[in-house]
Each structure stands twice: as structure tokens, then as C-alpha cells.
Design a protein around this ligand. Structure first.
Ligand SMILES: NC(=O)C1=CN([C@@H]2O[C@H](COP(=O)(O)OP(=O)(O)OC[C@H]3O[C@@H](n4cnc5c(N)ncnc54)[C@H](OP(=O)(O)O)[C@@H]3O)[C@@H](O)[C@H]2O)C=CC1
Ligand SMILES: CC(C)CCC[C@@H](C)[C@H]1CC[C@H]2C3=C(CC[C@]12C)[C@@]1(C)CCC(=O)[C@@H](C)[C@@H]1CC3
Length: 351
């Protein structure tokens, strides 16, 4: 039977590379749905996939994960189109207005933390977040909350007796406990919203396993390593593309010290692809699955224990459920005036 696979943020980078890899492995056996914010780029991605796999089933769906209305609308559409969903890749993500701390970078180069700095970007990156029209912090809304609402909305087609479904989050080695605060889950106060949102996705994955495994739904997280994509090019916007190309030999050399420099979207998608082939019951809910590339350019996936605990994951889950109820209340409030308007119109006509 065909596997139904939905990938968010599938029009570029790691998401698109995953789609390409899934189709290369089994063109006929996969029914792909690319859920994208930008439909022009989504069309281009679909055309590229069909050019190399003309018989593939590739559908498009408009969804902006930072917008509550867009997520609810997209979820309705998904439920109309499919009666089951086997894989949901929660991959869309942003790192807006990144600031690269050059001083910290050079200090790091001459410290014992040099490898960690290159592997995780720890201590050298901050971001300035924005507020969405819904009034939420944009990084939290895009990377985490929109995906959480999507999962909750898709529950009926994700949970089926007698079969399993997988949720797979594209997290990061930049996810740190120190950047996350349970009292400020949207990271309104700090300067590391990206790290906070990725740490929150690690926690949420654990909580989802606690609450949904019995219903056959399993969640895992991966880190794609450091990959050259639109997201990373924006870290040094004044750096022209050819300079990045000039740096490539240095980056390949760094692979001798850390295999986290996967560099290409194809390599970065390794763990996402690997998880597609695993039995979800055999996976460790406390592990992050890393895409790694050796100095000899061999790709492999390795699990690493995450710095997370059940108590914090449950507390975050509760807070997300509260936010979800708030959002549902707001949606109902918005619908009320128009219902009132319609019933008023219906009144005199029927009398
Ligand atoms: N590159 C790296 O080194 C690393 C990346 N990651 C993670 O990998 C994931 C993919 O990023 P990557 O491929 O690198 O970068 P890209 O920028 O190429 O891909 C990000 C994708 O997310 C989509 N997206 C962004 N905002 C929204 C939104 N509001 N609604 C829907 N889709 C949205 C983008 O679509 P659009 O075209 O509309 O912008 C794009 O398709 C992210 O979650 C990122 O955090 C993790 C660790 C390292
Ligand atoms: C210009 C200099 C000679 C080289 C600069 C290199 C840095 C820009 C990169 C070194 C390690 C990179 C890295 C990330 C961003 C770019 C670097 C800081 C990430 C933080 C990107 C997003 C993630 O999720 C992390 C896993 C990456 C970790 C490494």
C-alpha cells in the first residue's frame, strides 16, 4: 500500500532533498504532499521532482505554519484529501535576523570549545524575533506551535488502530536547555529564539510519545548537521555566494574534526530518510538522530541522548494545550458575528 507522506517546508533545502530521496528509493510506493508557504517555490519544487520522477505522485498544499488560520485551513484540506497519514515531517523552520558574533567566533577558535562551536553554533549566534499578526513570537509560532496545532488537528488520520504513524521533527544541535524557559516558552525576553524553539521541539516530541504511543503515533527528532541552505546563507548576508564556495575546502577539512558538517541538503536529510525506514516502536524517545558525514564523505545516522526530562516535557505540553484552547476560543469568537449576521438575515425572510 502507498505510504502517505506530508513534509512541511518542502520547497527548498533539507525538506526538498528528503522528498527527492524518498522518490528515488520508491517512486511508486510514496504519495507525497509538499506543504509550503510560498506556492511559486512549491510549484518549482514539484516540477523539479517530477522531472526526475515523472510517474511520482506529488501534491501541493498551501500552509504558513506561523498563521493559526492557515494551519487550521490546511489541516481541513488534508483531512479531505487523505484518510490516513503515515509520515508527517515537521521540517519548516526559520532563523530570522541572525547576528553572528565575530568576536566570540575568534575567541572560540582559540579555545577548547572550538569543536562544539562548529558543531552547534553555540555562543556565536543570536536572533531578533518578530510578532506574528496572531500576536505570537514568530520563531515559536513557525518552528513549534503551528506544527503542534497541525498534529492536534490531524489526530484522526494519524491515529488508527492496527497501524503506526510517525512524526519526525527537524530539530538542531543548536537546541539548548539554557536558551529555554518554561515561564517564557515563546522566548519573548531572550536573544536565542531559534535555540529555544528547537529545544521545545525536543521536549514536545517526548511528550507526544507519552500521550500518543498507545494510539500508534510515534514522534522522533533529528539534527541535519550544518547544511548550506537559504537558512544558513542568511547568517552572513554580506558574504557573497562565491565566498561560501571558496570556504568549502575548509569546511570539508573541518569534517576531520566533526562529522556534523554534512554541508549538502542531501547529506542533511540522511537521518530523516533513515527514520522513514525504521520501525517506530524500536526508536528511543530520548534520542536525537543525527545526520553525519565522515571525512571520506560517507553518510550515516547516529542517536545521541538529549538533555530533556519527562517533567519539563509534560509542563510544556500542558502550556501548549492551554495556548491551543485560547486559539480555538479566538477562532470561535471570530466566527460568532458572521453567524449572528446570517441568523438575523434568515429571521425576517423565514417569517
Ligand atoms: N541548514 C542547517 O544547517 C540546519 C537546518 N535545520 C533545520 O532544518 C529545517 C529546514 O531548513 P533548511 O532546509 O536548512 O532551510 P530552508 O530555508 O531551505 O528551508 C526552510 C523551509 O521552511 C519553510 N518555511 C519557513 N517559514 C515557514 C512558514 N511560516 N510556513 C511554512 N513554511 C515555512 C521555507 O519556505 P519558504 O520558501 O516559504 O521560506 C522553506 O521551505 C529548519 O527547521 C531548520 O531549522 C536544523 C539544523 C541545521
Ligand atoms: C566566515 C567564517 C570563516 C566561517 C563562519 C562559520 C559559521 C557561519 C558557521 C560555523 C558553524 C555553523 C553552524 C550553524 C550556522 C553557521 C555556523 C555558525 C548552525 C547554528 C545553523 C543552524 C543550526 O541549526 C545548527 C545545527 C548549525 C550549527 C553550526
Amino acid at each position: 500500500m502507498n505510504k502517505v507522506v506530508l513534509v512541511t517546508g518542502a520547497n527548498s533545502g533539507i525538506g526538498l532533498a528528503l522528498c527527492e530521496r524518498l522518490l528515488t528509493q520508491d517512486t511508486e510506493g510514496v504519495q507525497l504532499c509538499l506543504a509550503c508557504r510560498n506556492m511559486q517555490r512549491a510549484q518549482a519544487a514539484r516540477s523539479a521532482l517530477l522531472a526526475s520522477h515523472p510517474t511520482a505522485q506529488v501534491a501541493l498544499l498551501q500552509m504558513d505554519t506561523s498563521s493559526i488560520t492557515s494551519v487550521f485551513k490546511a489541516a481541513q484540506e488534508i483531512k479531505l484529501r487523505y484518510n490516513r497519514l503515515d509520515y508527517l515531517y515537521l521540517n519548516a523552520g526559520i532563523m530570522p535576523n541572525p547576528q553572528f558574533d565575530v568576536t566570540a567566533f575568534f575567541k572560540g577558535l582559540f579555545s577548547r570549545k572550538i569543536i562544539t562551536m562548529f558543531a552547534t553554533g553555540e555562543g556565536i549566534l543570536t536572533q531578533t524575533d518578530r510578532i506574528t499578526p496572531d500576536g505570537r513570537q514568530e520563531v515559536f509560532a513557525t518552528n513549534l506551535f503551528g506544527h503542534f496545532l497541525l498534529i492536534r488537528e490531524l489526530e484522526p488520520i494519524l491515529c488508527h488502530a492496527g497501524r503506526t504513524s510517525q512524526l519526525i521533527w527537524t530539530s538542531s544541535s543548536n537546541a539548548h536547555r539554557s536558551a529555554f524557559n518554561l515561564e517564557d516558552i515563546q522566548h519573548q525576553k531572550g536573544t536565542q529564539p531559534y535555540s529555544s524553539s528547537k529545544y521545545a521541539s525536543d521536549l514536545l516530541s517526548l511528550a507526544l510519545n507519552t500521550h500518543y504511543n498507545k494510539q500508534g503515533l510515534y514522534s522522533s527528532v533529528i539534527c541535519p548537521g550544518f547544511v548550506m541552505t537559504n537558512l544558513t546563507y542568511r547568517i552572513l548576508p554580506s558574504f557573497p555566494a562565491f565566498l561560501w564556495t571558496l570556504l568549502m575546502p575548509i569546511f570539508w577539512l573541518i569534517r576531520v574534526f566533526t562529522n556534523m558538517f554534512t554541508l549538502t541538503p542531501y547529506n542533511g536529510a540522511e537521518a530523516l530518510f533513515w527514520l522513514f525506514q525504521q520501525k517506530p516502536e524500536s526508536l528511543d524517545p530520548y534520542a536525537k538522530y543525527h545526520s553525519l558525514t565522515s571525512a571520506l564523505s560517507n553518510n550515516y545516522t547516529q542517536p545521541q541522548k538529549m538533555d530533556i526530562d519527562l517533567e519539563t516535557s509534560e509542563a510544556l505540553y500542558e502550556k501548549l494545550l492551554q495556548l491551543e484552547s485560547e486559539e480555538r476560543r479566538k477562532v470561535k469568537e471570530k466566527q460568532k458575528p458572521s453567524q449572528h449576521f446570517h441568523s438575523n438575515r434568515a429571521g425576517p425572510l423565514s417569517s
